[in-house]
Ligand binder design. Structure first.
Ligand SMILES: NC(=O)c1ccc[n+]([C@@H]2O[C@H](COP(=O)([O-])OP(=O)(O)OC[C@H]3O[C@@H](n4cnc5c(N)ncnc54)[C@H](OP(=O)(O)O)[C@@H]3O)[C@@H](O)[C@H]2O)c1
Length: 302
């Protein structure tokens, strides 16, 4: 298949290009920055440079390449997860408008399959693990709710595709090279500086996924029925368990403890929510249909 990956130089885009090439596909990667273009070229993919927000440019790229499949991995997230609230407005514009340009151009130029990055950690598990039919937590406070509403809009868009098979991949929290959750990642740097505390009971359940496993599942999705898939690993784990295990893994001191009330006043409602109200997700469908076989988390919390 001829495949165009948007966001090809990102944390998932990089391993995705490698996995797609190994599977024998003709791969084209889109990036906008000179560094991104260099990264995509070094991975052996064809390169197209363009700003996804430039609608006519995106249409011109699609007309020239005429891919069979488009994979939208566009994000504009910060180097540190602590800066998320600042960057989310730009991220939302990129994914909704830039991704919208990509989606419209794909429909206009006869693309057969469209794969959309979505989110597997803002799902409503109703007290348990969220399956692939679970709704996003669109009523959550602050940036969690804003992001959940954005992901719901992205899923609605891809599922409304006319003449094109649509798939939404709800990835768990990425870990691995070039992500926040890796020994040289930004979250680890915060942890080593003693800036990460357990808030209240740390009752949230996090579902992670290694970017290489996410990339492999994305390749499988190219030949699978369209629909929504939770692409998460087998170890949904409470924050109270994985946070100290992660600290040990990276050689940082154990995280401090912060009472919920103090966190509410000092950090705001979102921080308390993030550590106490997120639900993990189940991966049964992705295991069965996409052959997802995720590795064990290296911090070994469970
Ligand atoms: N599920 C998750 O947990 C999840 C999901 C996504 C991201 N993240 C985290 O967020 C951090 C950053 O993620 P990332 O590496 O994917 O982000 P990134 O380095 O910002 O890259 C995103 C991709 O989108 C491209 N892009 C950005 N703006 C564009 C535009 N206007 N037009 C065309 N392309 C554009 C970038 O191209 P250029 O390189 O050319 O700018 C790059 O290929 C990582 O730590 C990652 O783990 C987590």
């Amino acid at each position: 298949m001829k495949i165009l990956v948007a966001g090809a130089s990102g944390a998932l885009g990089r391993p995705l290009i490698t996995h797609l090439r190994h599977a024998g596909h003709e791969v084209w990667g889109m990036a906008q920055s000179p560094r991104g273009v260099e990264v995509v070229g070094a991975l052996g993919a064809g390169v197209v440079q363009g700003n996804a927000l430039d609608r006519s440019k995106v249409f011109a790229i699609m007309e020239r390449l005429r891919p069979d499949c488009v994979v939208d991995q566009l994000t504009s997230l910060p180097a540190s997860p602590f800066d998320l609230p600042l960057r989310l407005p730009a991220d939302r514009v990129l994914r909704l408008q830039g991704g919208g340009n990509l989606f419209d151009a794909a429909q206009a130029w006869g693309v057969q399959r469209y794969i959309q990055q979505s989110c597997g950690f803002y799902l409503d598990g109703a007290g348990g693990l969220a399956d692939d039919t679970a709704l996003l937590k669109i009523a959550a406070p602050g940036h969690v709710g804003e992001s959940a509403r954005m992901y719901a809009a992205l899923e609605k868009r891809v599922m409304s595709a006319a003449g094109m098979q649509g798939t939404a991949l709800r990835y768990g929290f990425f870990y691995g090279p070039h992500t926040w959750y890796w020994p040289d990642g930004a979250f680890t740097a915060h942890m080593r500086r003693g800036e990460v505390a357990l808030i209240g009971g740390g009752r949230s359940v996090f579902s992670f996924i290694h970017v290489d496993d996410a990339a492999a599942a994305t390749v499988s999705a190219l030949s699978a029925p369209g629909g929504v898939y939770n692409v998460v690993d087998d170890q949904p784990t409470g924050v109270q368990a994985w946070l100290p295990a992660y600290a040990r893994w990276v050689g940082a001191s154990a995280p401090g403890q912060m009472e919920e009330q103090a966190a509410l006043q000092q950090l705001g409602e979102e921080s308390v929510y993030y550590q106490n109200n997120l639900d993990g997700a189940s991966n049964h469908k992705a295991r069965r249909v996409l052959g997802l076989a995720p590795r064990q988390q290296p911090w070994g919390a469970v």
